[in-house]
Design a protein around this ligand. Structure first.
Ligand SMILES: [Zn+2]
Length: 140
């Protein structure tokens, strides 16, 4: 069955490649190459990404963020979201109250290095399970 573009009804090209930006809007953000389906109609060019491709891109960006030592309260929150970890569970992992973790993520309270290690380990485990991840390049 030929897939049709939702926007224009045109033919969809499978196995195309595109880049998306993952991370935080105001940085750090990373450009990641993903598989995409692109509408063949030149005036349209609508792009479709699978949820799995987006998740892999987000994981690659989160890992880069953590490994580059860019872990702040905000990026920690971003990594936690990518990992699908509820705030309460991560707080328990750190042996702190959910309220304190909330304050760390909103950067009212500074993040210490000891907080970075468990999240890097988790991201590493996820990355191993996900197989080879696309390269993530710094955008800003
Ligand atoms: Zn289209």
């Amino acid at each position: 069955m030929v897939k049709r573009c939702i926007e224009c009804g045109g033919r969809i090209l499978n196995e195309a490649e595109d880049t998306i930006d993952a991370g935080l809007k105001d940085g750090p953000a990373y450009r990641v190459t993903v598989k995409a389906e692109i509408c063949a109609t030149p005036q349209c060019g609508a792009k479709y990404y699978s949820l799995q491709e987006i998740e892999r891109a987000e994981l690659a960006a989160a890992l880069k963020m953590a490994e580059n030592g860019e872990l702040t309260g905000r990026t920690l929150g971003c990594c936690r979201t990518v990992l699908g970890l509820p705030l309460e569970r991560l707080a328990r992992l750190y042996r702190i109250s959910p309220r304190l973790l909330e304050r760390i993520e909103s950067q009212e309270v500074p993040l210490t290095r000891s907080f970075a290690d468990p999240i890097i380990a988790r991201l590493g485990q996820e990355a191993d399970a996900a197989g080879p991840l696309p390269e993530a390049f710094v955008v800003h």
